[in-house]
Design a protein around this ligand. Structure first.
Ligand code: ZN
Ligand code: ZN
Length: 227
């Protein structure tokens, strides 16, 4: 049987929680960031994953009430489902993502801006108000499902790694025409490339460390060629 979830430290401030979702056959990720102002959570997996979120927080000596900010990349159920756990947090999503009021996630994000230690941009591919968040202190980019490893196994290098095998799989996926709206996707990739990124934290599967600009450049080159 597969491990149900993995918790790993990405850098001095960030933890990744990767939950195996047997129903959707994918790893689904959430991130915990330790900041001076309290914990920040990026996405929250599905409602049925609450027990893992709680367990992971306890493992690093925290509770849900320590989370003061929740950044939501987009409104799909595998990213907002755990939100109810965080009653002390300000929870934000892009204004173009509509959610039932019971989530108490406010659609207050614009197309670009700053919130706490993060710069954010709307990328508009995958869902109308998909947003990426750049954590300035650690140069970590959270991409949600705009760029992710949905349904892929983890890298041979582990959950947090350079992930050459995952990069290669993405090149082949793009070459094979896997991306439906290529012009929109290319715009988002170019937005990502404006940041000096050290770590790529996506909505599903492996976390990539190092030479992210090279990875993005290659994706853009392949995308431009296939237009
Ligand atoms: Zn999604
Ligand atoms: Zn997702």
């Amino acid at each position: 049987m597969k491990v149900e979830y993995q918790l790993e430290q990405v850098n001095n401030q960030i933890y990744v929680l990767a939950i195996w979702d047997a129903e959707w056959n994918t790893y689904t990720n959430a991130y915990l960031v330790e900041e001076e102002a309290g914990m920040t959570m990026v996405d929250s997996c599905k409602e049925g994953h609450l027990v893992f979120l709680q367990h992971a927080l306890n493992k690093i000596g925290k509770t849900a009430d320590d989370v003061k900010l929740m950044l939501v990349t987009h409104g799909h159920e595998d990213h907002v489902g755990g939100a109810a756990l965080f009653t002390k947090a300000r929870k934000v999503i892009h204004a173009d993502e509509t959610l039932p009021a019971e989530y108490s996630i406010r659609g207050e994000l614009l197309d670009r801006g700053t919130i706490g230690e993060y710069d954010y941009r709307r990328v508009g591919y995958h869902s109308p108000g998909s947003v990426i968040f750049f954590h300035r202190p650690t140069r970590t980019l959270f991409t949600g499902d705009f760029l992710c490893f949905f349904g892929d196994p983890l890298s041979d290098g582990g959950l947090v790694s350079k992930g050459d095998d995952l990069r290669q799989a993405w090149f082949e996926y793009l070459e094979g025409g896997g991306v439906a709206d290529l012009p929109e996707f290319l715009i988002g990739l170019k937005i990502m490339k404006e940041y000096d990124v050290d770590v790529l934290c996506t909505g599903h599967g492996g976390v990539l460390v190092g030479e992210i600009d090279v990875f993005l450049q290659e994706l853009i080159a392949i995308g431009e060629k296939s237009r």
